[in-house]
Design a protein around this ligand. Structure first.
Ligand code: ARG
Ligand code: ZN
Length: 853
């Protein structure tokens, strides 16, 4: 049944020490666990250890075999009389048969683990909850030829050979940790070593472990790790605390990466990069994820979560920290734009649909389903708002207090907010609603000018929409940065202000405003809300050219484009002039960073346009967007050609400047193709063939993949043959085709699902085709329901192998209420077919039943 946040009880028994012995083998691994347990308080509870159906081969209490234990559900229950005991259990598990990729499993001939959130119980019997912190000593034994490298958390203690071709290694982690941070790796791996000296002089040995053939693709990750370590010292005063820090890359992984203490395990897509196989986007993502996992050492490991309802305590804060790191590596403005675009693409729809939940949820059936954009990305926005309210010094004092006070403990979101309040000297009482109320607030903003009185009046009103289980909402605290500009002179009319809107409605008066003012609001996206303003196309165009806040400038352009596209999709009214002029001005502004220009001139996605409409008409949206793209392409043809000609000089370098130029070129190429120019396919194909890097090659392939040319077929073949056997690049080949805007994408995707290289067993491959297709609004929502049927078929098959990854791919079907009766009926039909499938996982059941509502 559902687990409720209010049912939290401290553990009846603690486990100060844990000793694990692994006799590793892919078919049968024997795990011997010795737990020192201590009664926690006065009670007569037996010891309850979580498992996952393993048979306890032996249970010993203080060295003596006992048989008064029982299995209740999936727990091993052992009656105990005294207050402290040594409990020993033995189980056998089969890593090679573990297709869920939770617990101990095999990937590419190696053995590795994933324990968050509840995978450790699939390895051994243990109180598998984050508030039981234990000191681990681990002995690994394995065949030496097959598994020459044996890694676990903490520092290495000793290693040696055994007579029968086997060997052993012992690792010791001095920091008490919850079981979800346990990790081991056994494999045939090469290492790229580095070192880092911390601010207090500790020498840390760094290692990135991969298969030998990939070793040349680890330099970027290693460099990012060193940058992260220095950044956390400088910005948060956080220093690393062990003598070694290892990262292992594996090809089969349910998500991005995992912050296991001293032994991070990564999806190889977030480690491996070289210019020939990874895009600039991949390079950025690698640095961000390496930083994210490294930062967890403090925000997650030294201080962990009391229970899984507090997940955003570590994830929201750590995302906020990795966003800050990435912002400092290049353009902070572009990073902010990317993050907000991501929030709107993933979190806003979640908040507006049947799977909406608060940043601190109140109940769940399966915790894996709560590793969401709300917990991660909206959670990061909450931290950002507190930082805005407290200011930089107050915020740093707050994090210092938090790290100091809760070091070595399992804490709550409330603990974090209380530290912010105390250190910042502010009252965050009402702010806490951000943790408990789901849904994206909407703010209506209307500025009027009383020219005669030299006054401007801004009326603000907020509304938080109802969400499942939360029909009525209270007004929240919305930190809105705003500024007025003179509509004639373009000059700012006064400084930027921070307004805390904490009432349902409020009026702000600006005096001394003689010139017609234009409103710049929610600058820097200071609060994660939807602004409904009555600003005209003229005012938005003005802001897109004159606002001094780069985010607000981008935002004004987006709003202008959105208004234009919505009018076109709903009323068929295609007036492109304002957008064309604004884009032309942006392209012509030589002071702007090309990376910013590339973001600013990009049209909102089809799904974001759909989110603005009462009922999504995917064809009308697609047409409206293609029309506008075509108009921009044709009417600004010279500017796109000019931008396209500004290639970075020399061979590929990953620098902010070169990256920005490549990004703008690929956007320009897209518009040239949209213009219908005769030479577009030839231009793209030439770029495809002459590129010395994957960014340009994939950019060209993406453009070709949406067209009808002979070059398209040639490029797809060349790309496939060139990279056959490179899983990460073949993923791109699948993904590019699944995202194509061609009319026959649905049919092509069904064919690709029968391609010999397609498999649901590898999560990256499953996501590259099935996940990408679900994100292709027009193709997925084909009126005949073929896209829905395809997704449901794939999810039913994947659920049998890997429920966690399957459940993650469901949300496109959960949007059924947003479509016309025909489509929504078909979508519901598929959801009902999924939920009626015998043997459905808890993961999938929760998502589907909530979607059906
Ligand atoms: N803690 C990991 C990270 O944020 C992700 C773990 C995801 N676990 C899950 N069950 N989905 O980097
Ligand atoms: Zn994380």
């Amino acid at each position: 049944g559902a687990i409720s946040r209010h049912d939290y009880r401290p553990p009846a028994w603690t486990v100060p020490e844990t000793r694990l012995v692994f006799d590793l083998d892919p078919a049968t691994t024997r795990v011997t666990a010795t737990l020192s347990v201590a009664r926690n308080g006065e009670h007569a509870e037996p010891l309850r250890l979580d498992g996952a159906g393993q048979e306890p081969l032996a249970v010993r209490v203080d060295g003596v075999a006992v048989n008064d234990w029982r299995i209740e559900g999936e727990q091993l229950v052992i009656p105990l009389s005294g207050d402290a005991h040594a409990i020993e259990t033995e189980v056998e598990i089969a890593p090679e048969r573990n297709t869920q990729l939770m617990g101990l499993y095999a990937s590419g001939g190696n053995l590795c683990t994933q324990c968050e959130a509840e995978g450790f119980r699939r390895i051994t019997y243990f109180p598998d909850r984050p508030d039981v912190l234990s000191r681990y000593a681990v002995r690994l034994v394995a065949d030496k030829a097959r598994y020459p490298v044996l890694l676990a958390n903490g520092d290495p203690v000793d290693a040696g050979d055994l007579p029968d071709g086997r060997h052993w290694a012992e690792w010791n982690d001095p920091f008490p940790k919850p079981s979800y941070l346990f990790a081991l790796v056994a494999g045939d791996l090469a290492v790229n070593r580095g070192s880092f000296t911390t601010q207090s002089g500790r020498d840390v040995q760094l290692g990135i472990w991969v298969r030998a053939a990939d070793i040349d693709k680890t330099h970027h990750a290693l460099h990012a790790l060193k940058l992260s370590m220095a950044w956390d010292e400088r910005v948060y005063g956080r220093e690393y605390d062990l003598d070694v820090f290892n990262i292992v890359a594996v090809d089969d992984f349910n998500f991005g990466a995992m912050e296991n203490k001293g032994l991070n395990i990564f999806n190889s897509r977030y480690i491996l990069a070289d210019p020939d196989t990874a895009t600039d986007y991949d390079y950025d993502a690698i640095a961000a994820v390496v930083a994210h996992e490294y930062f967890h050492n403090w925000s997650g490991n030294r201080i962990t979560c009391r229970d899984w309802f507090q997940l955003s305590l570590k994830e929201g804060f750590t995302v906020y920290r990795d966003q800050g790191f990435s912002a400092d590596q290049g353009s902070a403005a572009v990073k902010r734009i990317e993050d907000v675009r991501g929030l709107r693409a993933a979190q806003f729809p979640e908040d507006a649909g049947p799977l909406a939940h608060p940043v601190r949820p109140d109940s769940y059936l399966e915790i894996s389903n709560f590793y969401t954009a709300t917990i991660y990305n909206k959670g990061a926005e909450l931290i950002r708002m507190m930082a805005t309210i407290l200011g930089p010094q107050g915020f740093r004092a707050g994090t210092d207090l938090y790290f100091d006070r809760f070091d070595g403990t399992a804490a709550t979101c409330e603990d974090f907010v209380a530290c912010m309040e105390e250190a910042g000297g502010v009252n965050l009482g009402q702010f806490r609603l951000w943790y408990s109320q789901a849904g994206t607030p909407r703010v209506a903003a209307s500025l009027s000018h009383q020219a005669g009185e030299g006054r401007a009046t801004l009326r603000l009103a907020q509304h938080v929409p109802g969400t499942p289980g939360q029909p009525d909402k209270q007004p929240m605290v919305l930190p809105l940065k705003l500024r007025l500009f003179g509509g004639e002179t373009g000059r700012p009319l006064g400084p930027e202000q921070l307004v805390l809107l904490d009432q349902p409605a409020s009026t702000i008066v600006f005096d001394g405003i003689t010139e017609r003012p234009v409103l710049s609001i929610n600058r820097g996206f200071s609060t994660p809300v939807i602004i409904e303003s009555d600003r005209s196309a003229r005012e938005l165009a003005f802001l897109s050219a004159h606002d001094d806040d780069p985010f607000a400038r981008y935002e004004a352009m987006q709003q202008l484009m959105l208004d234009t596209l919505v009018a076109a999709a709903v009323e068929g009214r295609a007036d492109h002039d304002a957008v064309v002029t604004a884009v032309a001005n942006t392209l012509a502004d030589a002071d702007l960073d090309p990376a910013f220009v590339a973001e600013a001139v990009l049209l909102p996605s089809e799904s974001f346009i759909g989110d603005q409409l009462a009922s999504v008409d995917p064809e009308a949206i697609f047409r409206a967007r293609e029309d506008l793209r075509g108009a921009l392409g044709r009417r600004l043809s010279d500017q796109w050609r000019h931008a396209y000609d500004q290639a970075p000089a020399g061979p590929y370098v990953y620098t902010p400047a070169a990256k920005g130029l490549r990004r703008l070129r690929s956007v320009a190429l897209g518009y040239i193709a949209a213009s219908g120019a005769d030479d577009a396919a030839r231009l793209a194909f030439r770029q495809f063939e002459t590129a010395d890097n994957m960014t340009d090659r994939q950019g060209a392939l993406t453009t070709l993949a949406s067209g009808q040319s002979d070059e398209r077929e040639a490029a797809l073949d060349i790309f496939y043959n060139r990279y056959a056997g490179n899983g990460l690049v073949i993923d791109k080949w699948f993904q590019t085709q699944a995202l194509s805007s061609r009319d026959d994408t649905g049919r092509l995707v069904e064919e690709l699902a029968r391609h010999p290289d397609f498999t649901l067993a590898n999560p990256n491959r499953a996501r590259s085709l099935v996940g990408a297709f679900g994100a292709n609004q027009r193709a997925f929502n084909a009126a005949d329901g073929s896209g829905y049927r395809f997704l449901a078929d794939q999810l039913i098959a994947l659920d049998r192998l890997n429920p966690q990854t399957a459940a993650k791919l469901l949300p496109p079907l959960a949007r059924w209420r947003r479509f016309d009766a025909g489509r929504s009926g078909l979508m519901r039909g598929e959801l009902e077919r999924i939920v009626a499938t015998p043997g459905l996982s808890k993961d999938m059941f929760e998502q589907v039943s909530k979607s059906l509502g």
